[in-house]
Design a protein around this ligand. Sequence first.
Ligand SMILES: *Cc1c(COP(=O)(O)O)cnc(C)c1O
Length: 458
Amino acid sequence: MAKAGKILLSLFYFKEKPKSVFAQINNSIFAKTRINFRLNHPSMENHQFRPESLMMSYGYKPELSEGAIKCPIFQTSTFVFKNAEAGKRFFEVAYGLSEQRPGEEQGLIYSRLNNPDLEVLENRLTLWDGAEACAVFSSGMSAISTVLLEFLKPGDFVLFSAPVYGGTDHFIKHVLPQWGIESASFDANDSEAAIAAIIEAKGQKKLGLIYVETPANPTNALIDLKMCKRIADKFSAPDKPVYLAVDNTYMGPLWSHPLKHGADLVMYSATKYIGGHSDVIAGAVLGNNALMTRIKTMRTFMGNMMSPWTGWLLLRSLETLKPRMELQAQNAIKVAEFLREHPKVEKVYYLGFLEEGTEQYAIYRHQYHSPGAMLSFDIVGGEKEAFTFLNNLKLIKLAVSLGSTESLAEHPATMTHADVSQVEKDKLGISEKLVRISVGVEYYEDLIFDIERALSVV
Ligand SMILES: *Cc1c(COP(=O)(O)O)cnc(C)c1O
């Protein structure tokens, strides 16, 4: 009975096309192999369900769980084998000692390898990004650090876009060097030729991975992924491919799909929009079957998979992902427009305000479907004025993190980016007067009321 998802480690296994519509929707093996499947009903032929329509059912078979409409929480460490022969067979396949036979179902073994809640969640996450496979993690940082450790070797260097998330920055600059892995960085102002020169100066044969975070936090500067892919291809060798890994936490999985712009791997802090309620820490990585097999193998031995309970909460979060994110984006437009007109606001950094004709605008139109729900602004004054504003907000909470139902505000220079050197802060525009806001789902006039009141005290 306990086999809601039954694709454990069977990464290259394709089942015969099922007959009924419902069998298709509920067939997790089918689910992970392609995003757009066709209905068999003649009048509905070629209909493609959108991800938001599938978030309630995809990859889950109620008949395997007593008919429960929702996937139960499989709070279990291990799974009982039907008989010794079945257990032997599962291990043969799991350890790659034998290939899965056509039509053979792979069973569940142990929750560090996989678990139904995680499998169903992984299958559903593949839909948004159009990915072949997904692996979910205990945090965004465990997803990111697992990718870096799997794809970099001693002697390599990682080329990364600056600024990246503080935890990522620390891992690259202070942890990877302990394994003999160096780094070099570029930013949104660097041209393709300038980036190539950075790689050549470092030793192009040593380039192991290109790691990008876009839009940059907190200024929303954009990196052109197509350009990054050209660079990755240019420095790839047959025996040493250079992969492009993109942290899509800020705009995914709804508003940007890096795999379609040349990325090989896309990573998330699922703590943010995917979880969306500020109640879990979680992460995910998506990509093709071959790369994800490597990631899942590394995850098995790092043991940093997600817990079943977190997986279950995220399944619930995914059902409302699209309406949440859309409302957040709508609210952000109103908040940004209000801020732009306010005399105590010097400048607003918001993707919706990029000027047509600029290079940044061109990247924006190409890579994103929405300006998103993150914005920052320079308040007239400095730290004192920024703090007065933050201390006088009532509805909007003073906290780091982003992408959640509640609106959050913070001071990057002294909080999320406290660790960044002054030289870099100046270069990236992270000044004392900068305030960052993650816009939530509250009624927009209440948000504006709160902001207006707090600004009036400054
Ligand atoms: C929050 C965040 C992370 C880290 O994720 P955790 O879930 O906190 O481990 C990584 N990248 C970005 C862009 C983030 O915002």
